[in-house]
Design a protein around this ligand. Sequence first.
Ligand code: ADP
Ligand code: GLC
Length: 487
Amino acid sequence: MGGRVLSVASEAVPLVKTGGLADVVGALPAALAAEGWEMRVLLPAYRSLRPLLAKGGGFAEVMREDDLWGGPGRVYAGESGGLSLYLLDAPHLFDRDGGPYNGSGGDFGDNAQRFAALSWIGARIGREGVAEPGARAGAALWKPDVLHAHDWQAGFAPAYLALHGAGGCASVMTVHNIAFQGHAPAALLGDLRLPASAFHADALEYYGGLSSLKAGLVFADRIITVSPNYAAELMRPAYGLGLEGVIAARAGVVSGILNGIDTALWSPEAEAQNPYSARAMAGKAKARAALEAEFGLSVPGPLAVLVSRLTDQKGVDLLPAALPDFIAAGGGLAVLGSGDPWAEAQMQALAAQFPGRVAVRIGYDEGLSHRMFQGGDAVLVPSRFEPCGLTQMYGLRYGTLPLVAAVGGLADTVIHASPAALSAGVATGITFWPTDALALSQALRQLIRLYADRPTWAKMRRAAMAQDNSWTESARAYAALYQGLRA
Ligand code: ADP
Ligand code: GLC
């Protein structure tokens, strides 16, 4: 049992992160090691990562390609942040200011080529294997049994394996978010090293152009979504966003494996300030007082928190309509996030409208996010769609009850406080549907009522904190999937 997997992705904690994708890619290797699978991660050597490649950093060149879309590419192998890495150094593609996908002028114009290059190298490692750093000539290569591609950035990798030779390497495509599809014009087909013979609707063609995500969905041996519910949703137009037919056509190889969370990192017992546990909750009350002080809040009722990218996906634009009644009933809200300027402005306007009750920090702050999960009573996740979602699981673990839209992984992880669930003692939060201001307002009203009912609230907290959201089960599911592909 067990084997080797190359994970191909654009982000991984602790090296580079814009969202939950990075948490998952960063957590999978340790989770799978426990199941006997050795996973290495291929990432681009962005400007921020190039210092790792300096002499003495422990990275060694193991593969090169002279012309990788306009310049040379070199692959370095080494260890960093607890991960076994392959870093693709192609300065003409990745040594830039800005984030992984964009600079001050918006999305990079050559993202198709940049991530095709990553996928190309991933497929080469899968097909050919790669020498271990410092190995003698003729020594055994590191050759993965499975290439595991994440999202559109790695979507061409399964296609390159299928169309240029797989060398016995199987492929898995995980969809973390179907809203990002890696569109490119059809004119790039040859430049992207894709054969014209595969440019038809059952393979590479997507509404007259290309989509690297579609390529991965068509050519991967297995398709995984990050929650079971999202797998079902993606076969419907409302959530498939144009790719529903592609997914439905492959339904026999599609399944959902729920993300886990890193329970060493996200643990109320392990916090330096105000630790607490289900059996000794005093630290949580202190954490709430500290959080109110930090945000300049004074809230008589439940204190809700929201830690999120501020984008249309996350439904934060529903708050201006839904919040006033909640505030009037004694509630409060602390927001941490960054994203679309309109959404940031909307959050700041709410803070101005309700001083002392609503406060907002625009930015990205891991430490503050921990204090918010510690000190909050409830975490809001009013997403329009949510492939899995991680913050509701942090909330469960911290006894900060999730109030979530019943979509995607949110519906798979939160048990709504229905009369039946309450009397059975299994309720862990509040879910609402559809994602609109009316349903959100109703859910916030229920939050006020439940919070006022102290015994019920305490019981829900205990149930939430007892839920297992670790990687254990999901790592087993991934290992079984890999094993099946190997056999
Ligand atoms: P998505 O990947 O769609 O953004 P997830 O819930 O899967 O949503 O993951 C988001 C991750 O990013 C979580 O780990 C969350 O705590 C973190 N996060 C989002 N915004 C911020 C922020 N402003 N500061 C700190 N952490 C944040
Ligand atoms: C995406 C999704 C999010 C999911 C994360 C990790 O960013 O938006 O729901 O939790 O990927 O899979």
